[in-house]
Design a protein around this ligand. Structure first.
Ligand code: UAG
Ligand code: ATP
Ligand code: API
Ligand code: MG
Length: 487
C-alpha cells in the first residue's frame, strides 16, 4: 500500500519531507522494523518511541508517524496523537476487518471476561464461528493465541480481526478495558453491540478519579454510533442497577437495552434463589417469561447472565437457544473455580482483585460455608494503592480469617504493599508474604464445612516479583497443599 493511500486513515496531519513510498508493514516497536516499514513513534509510560526514530530508519523504515518534527531522511507524518493515529492506520492497513462480522465489546470494572466467555460459548453452540479477545487469551474457534493485555494494542488487534475475517468468523466478542479506551487502542473498530457490566473502584492510579474512569468507559458507547452501513443494528446494553448507565445512555445514539434485578429493565431477573447446584431465577423479556437454572453461583452471576442474554438477543439469537446454551455452562477458568481433590472443605480460586468483586465473591462464599471462611487475598504492585486497605477491610470483615499475602508485587516491596493493606484491617487476619505459604496455611487450618477462597489471580499462571515472571498457579499450589494435608 502506498503511504498516501494509508494516510486517508488520518483526518489531520502535516507531512515533513517528500515521498510516497510503498508501505510493507506498520510497526510501533523499532525492534520489529523491517525494510519498507512505517514506524509510528509512541510516547510510552516507560520510554518514548520518538527516541527510536533514528534506529527505525537505520533498520529500513521508509516513513515515520510522530507527534513532533524529527531530523531524519524519510518523510515524517506529524500527528496530534500517535496512539489514535496508530489505531486508525492499523484499521485501514488491514482494510476495516471488523465490518466483516458482528463485533460485541464488553466493558465495566468486573465481569468482562465472564460475560465475554458466556456470549462466545452461546454463539459457538449455535454453530457460529466465533472470535474472542480478552484477559485469558485470544481465540478463533478452538485455536488459541497468547496476549499480554486484556485489550491488545492496535496492530495486534487489527491483525487478529483480519485473521477472523479470513476464517469467516460470524461473531467476535472482546473485552474493552478502560486503559484501551483512553489510549485509543480500539479506534476504528466497528462495534455492533456494546455491553456495560458495572462500575466500581479500580485503576485510580491510572485514571485519577472515579469520574475520569467512568467517562473512559463511556467512550465505548459513544464510539458505537448509529450507522447501519453493515446493515446491522447498533445496540448499547446497560445495567439498569448501576448509576453509571445514565451517563452512557447520554453518550450513545444507539438503541438501548437495559437489564437488571433491582430496578425496572427490559431484560429482568426476579425471584432469585441459590442452592448447592447453582442459581434459579425468573427471567422477563419484552416478549417472554422463563425460569432459568444457572450452574453459576452468586447474585453477580445473575447480572453476568442477564448481560450475556441481552447481547445474544441483540445479535439475533432466539431466547430458547440462548437459555439452553447458557444453562449448560459450568464456569469460566479461574472464576469461582473449585479445586476438588475430594476434600471435605471447598477450595475456590477466583479472580476478584477489586473491592467490589471481593465483597461479592465473599458474600457468595459465606452463603455456601457451613463452617468458617478463609480468604487468601493480596493486592497488585504498581496498581491502584487506594484499593489495598479497602480490600483488606472487606476480607477481614467478611471472612473468619483473612490471610493477607502477595499478588504480583511487580516493582514494589511486597511488605510495603502488605503494610498498606493492614491499615484497613477490621477483623481477624494473618499476614504471610509468601503466597504459596499463605495458601498452605489456609488449607492446613480448614476443617470440614469450611471454605477456602483464594482470590486475585484466577487463571494466572505466574507471580511477578520485581522484573521476574515466576511460574505460579493458585490451583496447582492449592492441589499440592490439599494432598500434603491428606498425607
Ligand atoms: C500502561 C500501559 O498501558 N502500558 C502499555 C504500553 O506500555 P508502555 O507505555 O510502558 O510502553 P513503553 O515500553 O514505554 O514503549 C513506548 C513505545 O516505544 C516502543 N519501543 C520501546 C523500546 C524499543 O527499543 N523500541 C521501541 O520502539 C514500544 O514498542 C512502544 O510503542 O504499551 C505496551 C505495548 O502496547 C503495552 O503492552 C503496555 O501494557 C502493559 C503491559 C500494561 O500492564 N498495561 C495495563 C495497565 C493495561 O493496559 N491493562 C488493561 C486491563 C486493565 C483492566 O483490568 O481493566 C489491558 O487492556 O490490558
Ligand atoms: N458482574 C460482576 N459484578 C461484580 N463482581 C464480579 C462480576 N462478575 C465477576 N465478578 C468478580 O470479579 C472477578 C473478575 O471477573 P472477570 O474476570 O469476569 O472480570 P474482568 O472485568 O474481566 O476483570 P479484568 O479487568 O481484570 O479483566 C471474578 O472472579 C468475580 O469474583
Ligand atoms: N487487569 C488487572 C489484573 C489484576 C490482577 C491481579 N492479579 C494483579 O496483578 O493486580 C490489572 O492489571 O490491574
Ligand atoms: Mg478480564
Amino acid at each position: 500500500m502506498k503511504l498516501n493511500d494509508l494516510l486517508r486513515a488520518l483526518f489531520t496531519y502535516t507531512q515533513d519531507g517528500k515521498g510516497n513510498p510503498d508501505i510493507l508493514s506498520i510497526e510501533s516497536d523499532s525492534r520489529a522494523v523491517k525494510d519498507g516499514s512505517l514506524f509510528v513513534c509512541i510516547p510510552g509510560y516507560t520510554v518514548d518511541g520518538h527516541d527510536f526514530a533514528e534506529q527505525a530508519v537505520q533498520k529500513g523504515a521508509v516513513a515515520l508517524v510522530s507527534e513532533r518534527e524529527l531530523n531524519v531522511t524519510v518523510p515524517v507524518i506529524v500527528v496530534h496523537d500517535a496512539h489514535r493515529a496508530l489505531a486508525e492506520l492499523a484499521n485501514l492497513y488491514y482494510q476495516n476487518p471488523t465490518k466483516s462480522f458482528s463485533l460485541i465489546g464488553v466493558t465495566g470494572t468486573n465481569g468482562k471476561t465472564t460475560v465475554s466467555h458466556l456470549i462466545e460459548r452461546i454463539h459457538r453452540n449455535e454453530s457460529q464461528k466465533t472470535g474472542l479477545i480478552g484477559t485469558i487469551n485470544m481465540k478463533i474457534g478452538d485455536e488459541e493465541f497468547e496476549t499480554k493485555n486484556t485489550t491488545p494494542e492496535p496492530l495486534l488487534l487489527q491483525k487478529q480481526f483480519a485473521r477472523m475475517r479470513e476464517q469467516h468468523v460470524d461473531t467476535a466478542v472482546m473485552e474493552v478495558s478502560s486503559h484501551a479506551l483512553t489510549l485509543g487502542r480500539v479506534r476504528g473498530c466497528d462495534y455492533d453491540i456494546a455491553v456495560f457490566t458495572n462500575l466500581t473502584q479500580d485503576h485510580l492510579d491510572y485514571h485519577g478519579t472515579m469520574e475520569e474512569y467512568r467517562l473512559a468507559k463511556g467512550l465505548l458507547f459513544s464510539q458505537l454510533g448509529n450507522t447501519y452501513d453493515t446493515g446491522r443494528k447498533k445496540v448499547a446494553i446497560l445495567n439498569a442497577d448501576d448509576e453509571a448507565s445514565s451517563t452512557y445512555e447520554k453518550m450513545t445514539s444507539a438503541y438501548i437495552l437495559r437489564y437488571g434485578i433491582d430496578k425496572e429493565a427490559d431484560i429482568q431477573a426476579g425471584d432469585i434463589s441459590f442452592s448447592a447446584n447453582g442459581t434459579r431465577f425468573r427471567l422477563t423479556t419484552p416478549d417472554d417469561e422463563r425460569e432459568v437454572k444457572l450452574k453459576l453461583t452468586g447474585k453477580f452471576s445473575v447480572y453476568n447472565a442477564l448481560a450475556a442474554i441481552s447481547a445474544c438477543l441483540a445479535n439475533g439469537l432466539s431466547l430458547d437457544r440462548i437459555l439452553e446454551n447458557l444453562e449448560a455452562i459450568d464456569g469460566v477458568p479461574g472464576r469461582f473455580e473449585l479445586v476438588d481433590e475430594g476434600q471435605d472443605y471447598p477450595v475456590i480460586v477466583d479472580y476478584a482483585h477489586t473491592p467490589d468483586s471481593l465483597e461479592n465473591v465473599l458474600v457468595t462464599v459465606k452463603e455456601m460455608a457451613v463452617g468458617k471462611v478463609f480468604a487468601v487475598v493480596g493486592c497488585g504492585g504498581d496498581r491502584d494503592r487506594t484499593k489495598r486497605p479497602l480490600m483488606a477491610k472487606i476480607a477481614s470483615k467478611l471472612a473468619d480469617t483473612a490471610v493477607l499475602t502477595s499478588d504480583n508485587p511487580r516493582s514494589e516491596d511486597p511488605d510495603r504493599i502488605l503494610d498498606d493493606m493492614v491499615e484497613g484491617v477490621e477483623g481477624e487476619y494473618v499476614r504471610i508474604t509468601d503466597r504459596s505459604e499463605a495458601i498452605h496455611y489456609a488449607i492446613r487450618h480448614a476443617n470440614k464445612g469450611d471454605v477456602v477462597l483464594i482470590a486475585g489471580k484466577g487463571h494466572e499462571t505466574y507471580q511477578i516479583i520485581g522484573d521476574q515472571v515466576l511460574d505460579f498457579d493458585d490451583r496447582t499450589i492449592a492441589r499440592q497443599a490439599i494432598k500434603e494435608r491428606k498425607s
